[in-house]
Design a protein around this ligand. Structure first.
Ligand SMILES: CC(C)(COP(=O)(O)OP(=O)(O)OC[C@H]1O[C@@H](n2cnc3c(N)ncnc32)[C@H](O)[C@@H]1OP(=O)(O)O)[C@@H](O)C(=O)NCCC(=O)NCCS
Length: 174
């Protein structure tokens, strides 16, 4: 099944989706270390802060994936994007919280969500960018296959205390 078939839908996230999304992360986190360490509340993790827009992918009425765009103020990543691209920091949109249920992997849902986030950022005249843990091959392969390119690798310690090496990426026209 492809994300273009009528039973598959990308739609804006609603608050009612948050428990189901947190349940997906309950499964993903111990299996794949996303997020790296389990936060106190997975629901708050996926809800996130400073969100510009958030979307889910629904297969036959069941929410199976998620992505959002947000202001990313942690770790000076917006400084890195600004320095390399010249885009003002208040016109940057971080693509984040990208995940798909293990049962529905490989169907192109993450790719569809990613493209949707890019489209939505550009529609708002924002520059989409990504930061990805250098230790996670699947998302890195996804982003590379979509043409995202590395600006810089940086080490960031989040307020949670977790330290990650992150690759900061943009699409080539940036
Ligand atoms: C990364 C993730 C979102 C991919 O979801 P998905 O819906 O299966 O991905 P897609 O089907 O859209 O795959 C698109 C492309 O990504 C790459 N890709 C996806 N999963 C991959 C894997 N396990 N290994 C290598 N490449 C992979 C491939 O290039 C694939 O294209 P192809 O199928 O034509 O080869 C999913 O594995 C996931 O939820 N991982 C845990 C959460 C996470 O790490 N999120 C990223 C945070 S930055």
């Amino acid at each position: 099944m492809s994300a273009r078939e009528p039973s598959v839908l990308i739609r804006p996230r609603q608050d009612q989706d948050l428990p189901a999304l947190a349940k997906l992360l309950e499964v993903i986190q111990p299996l794949e270390g996303y997020p790296k360490s389990r936060p106190e509340s997975l629901e708050n993790f996926v809800r996130d802060e400073r969100v510009i827009g958030a979307w889910v992918v629904e297969e036959q009425g069941v929410v199976v994936g998620h992505a959002l765009i947000k202001e990313q103020l942690v770790g000076g990543i917006d400084d890195i994007v600004h320095r390399h691209t010249g885009w003002p920091k208040d016109r940057l949109a971080a693509v984040s919280r990208v995940f798909v249920s293990p049962e529905t992997r490989g169907k192109g849902y993450a790719r569809q969500l990613l493209r949707h986030c890019v489209q939505e950022a550009r529609r708002r005249d924002l520059l989409p960018y990504l930061d990805v843990d250098t230790q996670t091959p699947a998302p890195r392969a996804l982003y590379a296959s979509e043409g995202w390119q590395s600006l810089e690798i940086t080490t960031v310690t989040f307020p949670s205390g977790v330290t990650l090496e992150l690759d900061v990426l943009v699409l080539p026209e940036a």
